[in-house]
Write a protein that binds this ligand. Structure first.
Ligand code: FPP
Length: 249
């Protein structure tokens, strides 16, 4: 058993055969707010408050990596008020939470295309990545202006540039090659993908990386999601029989 696995299983509630990497599509903020007669941004603010509890629950459950979908490449199609509100929420979130995340041993990374994001936000993202770069208790990856197809297109462009520059032999390109160019190149693939709010779709999230992931589509709206619900899903995952296309003899 690898040292990292031993450490994982020594955590108090770590689940035997539990997921090492959980990815979450945090859906349902708008409906949560609507049901309370409040604007959609109220739901996003409530959703942001759930992130800390969920991340802090991970180490004890043996979850080393958690990746959350905060803003997709398609989310720019929302109203200008909602997009601006979300961008302001991300800036405030990073500013307010940075210290606590760093002190909790969380290593924060961002995936997605930063080109379209405002300069101030990108600077805050860079700072938080730098500030937490020595941490290893739990790895939080925030997908911001992220879309899987966009990520694969950007990766392919860089791969093609390396071929053109003579750094990569096209004959040697195989399924181990592309992941090295993806935004997630330093992360293991997700084992479990959770989507809240009752929708059963993937919405362009980690398509390549989740080829063998298990999926959980749950009714809970994201602002109501708790550490206890995460623990239940992690335990259920531990009972699943993952065969990766093989047959158990
Ligand atoms: C989907 O709910 C949610 C989003 C597009 C934004 C997710 C953002 C957060 C949870 C907030 C903050 C995150 C961080 C890291 C600060 P929806 O608006 O599509 O909900 P609906 O389907 O009910 O309309």
């Amino acid at each position: 058993m690898a040292v990292t696995d031993e450490k994982r299983l020594s955590a108090p509630d770590a689940v035997q055969n539990g997921p090492r990497h959980v990815a979450i599509i945090m859906d349902g903020n708008g409906r949560w707010a609507q049901r309370r007669g409040r604007p959609r941004l109220f739901g996003h603010h409530a959703g942001a408050k759930r992130v800390r509890e969920v991340v802090e629950a991970c180490p004890d459950l043996g979850v080393k990596y958690v990746t959350i979908f905060a803003f997709s490449t398609e989310n720019w199609k929302r109203t200008q008020v909602e997009v601006a509100g979300l961008m302001s929420l991300f800036r405030r979130y990073i500013t307010k939470e940075a210290r606590a995340l760093a002190d909790e041993g969380v290593r924060v990374r961002f995936i997605g295309d930063r080109v379209r994001l405002d300069r101030k936000l990108v600077l805050l993202m860079d700072e938080l990545e730098e500030m937490t770069s020595g941490n290893d208790r739990v790895h939080l990856t925030i997908a911001l202006n992220y879309g899987s197809r966009d990520e694969v297109a950007r990766a392919t462009k860089r791969l093609a540039q390396d071929v053109a520059a003579g750094k990569l032999d096209p004959e040697k390109v195989d399924e181990e090659t592309l992941p090295k160019y993806l935004d997630t190149c330093v992360l293991p693939d997700p084992d479990l993908v959770i989507r809240t709010s009752g929708e059963a779709r993937i919405s362009n999230f980690l398509l390549w990386q989740s080829a063998y992931a298990e999926y959980e589509f749950i009714e809970t709206l994201w602002p109501d999601f708790t550490a206890a619900e995460l623990a239940r899903l992690v335990k259920d995952y531990g009972k699943r029989d993952r065969r990766f296309g093989a047959v158990k003899l």
